[in-house]
Design a binder for this molecule. Structure first.
Ligand SMILES: *Cc1c(COP(=O)(O)O)cnc(C)c1O
Length: 386
């Protein structure tokens, strides 16, 4: 089995001009990332810049309410407000060490573009972000953040002027400029080596959580739960528990529920296909990708999750917008923690599991904080008139 193959998923399905750049990147990654020097610097940046380690918090009220001990891994407390910083730090450092002074990335809602721009500023790397014109219009604050951090935002006006077009533009740039440019992919998706590289950088989540859980309770959790967009925070949590007797649960964007033609759940209900350079699970063509949370709005998913699903290691479930919103509100009121809407899917799944009563201890990855989602929340809960 070649590297990057996850039981038939993964791989490097790209046109000829991209084969060589990806091979070069895979080689740099294999050479540089395992050195003590790289690991020491990476760990130091995670600590001093990103704010690691993040604690685990016992969700006391939820635990009493639903009859299982629920713990939260607090990635919401990181610099930038989400787990994305772990990955951009790793890849930014790799670019620097491999002699590539320029970063490019694509972004939809803007979160990954902002995270990449932060690291470009920190590591003094020239940074260009591709963003569809429609997203530039919708996500003005994130565009302002990126510019303030010194990045150039390239508005993409071809095709549907959305995320897919931004991906195409970034790939073209990468193929032409690989000798001095690193393409900073935002999740465990795309052609090899991205899925395994991003997984390695996010694995710190599970490594920390496993030790913290042990120190706190004397054992391991019965279950670990995370939301799945591309799948990076989930793989980051799951990886440390993959050989343990710990049940793994992924929560996907289940859309509007009753309307099953709109969701973002390629694992719970997709099919095998090649998309964005990898073989994985993909949502059927006639389904419109929809989730209330922008971070889960992706038609594919990381190939390692496709493998976990195929071999039965992890169970994936669609959580509807309404279920996620209810969990968003409940965690805020019960624990004083406003979660990201993406993370609220994981909280909703944990509540379901606690109610079902099969697991006594449940560890939930709280991938990010909800500040960015307040407009949605204000509208859904009519907060202006309460
Ligand atoms: C981007 C994002 C996600 C989705 O990305 P994954 O790669 O699936 O982790 C989930 N939660 C938050 C808070 C995010 O910002």
């Amino acid at each position: 089995m070649s590297q990057g193959e996850f039981e038939g998923y993964g791989g490097r399905y790209v046109p000829e001009p991209l084969q060589d750049p990806l091979e070069q990147l895979a080689n740099s990654y294999d050479e540089v990332s395992q050195t003590d020097e790289f690991q020491t610097e990476f760990r130091q940046l995670l600590e001093e810049y990103a704010g690691r380690p993040t604690p685990i918090t016992h969700a006391k009220t939820l635990s009493e309410r639903y009859g299982a001990d629920i713990y939260l891994k607090r990635e919401d407390l990181l610099h930038g407000g989400a787990h994305k910083i772990n990955n951009v730090l790793g890849q930014g450092l790799l670019a620097k060490k491999a002699g590539r002074p320029r970063l490019i990335a694509e972004t939809g809602a803007g979160q990954h573009g902002v995270a990449t721009s932060m690291i470009g500023a920190l590591l003094d790397l020239e940074t260009e972000i591709y963003m569809g014109r429609k997203d530039v219009e919708r996500q003005q604050m994130n565009v302002f953040r990126m510019r303030l951090l010194g990045a150039t935002v390239n508005e993409v006006t071809r095709g549907g002027e959305g995320l897919a077009d931004a991906v195409d533009a970034a790939l073209e740039d990468f193929a032409q400029n690989v000798d001095h440019t690193h393409y900073l992919v935002g999740s465990v998706v795309g052609p090899d080596p991205f899925p395994r590289m991003v997984r390695d950088f996010q694995s710190v989540i599970g490594e920390e959580a496993r030790e913290q859980f042990r120190a706190r309770t004397g054992g391991l959790p019965d279950a670990a739960v995370a939301c799945v967009g591309g799948g990076s925070n989930a793989i980051g949590l799951f990886h440390a528990f993959r050989d343990d007797d710990v049940a793994l649960y992924g929560a996907e964007g289940g859309g509007k529920g009753a309307d099953s033609s709109k969701h973002a759940a390629p694992l719970a209900s997709g099919e095998d296909e090649v998309i964005h350079g990898m073989k994985t699970r993909v949502i059927d063509e006639d389904v419109e990708v929809h989730s209330v949370s922008a971070g889960l709005d992706y038609p594919g998913v990381g190939p390692e999750h496709a493998m976990f699903r195929a071999v039965g290691r992890c169970e994936y479930t669609g959580i509807t917008d309404d279920e996620a919103l209810a969990a968003f509100r409940e965690l805020s009121e019960a624990e004083g923690i406003i979660p990201a809407l993406e993370s609220s899917h994981a909280v909703a799944r944990a509540i379901q599991l606690a109610e079902e009563g099969e697991h006594e201890t449940i560890l939930v990855n709280l991938s990010g904080r909800g500040d960015k989602d307040m407009e949605t929340a204000a509208e859904k809960f009519d907060l202006a008139s309460q």
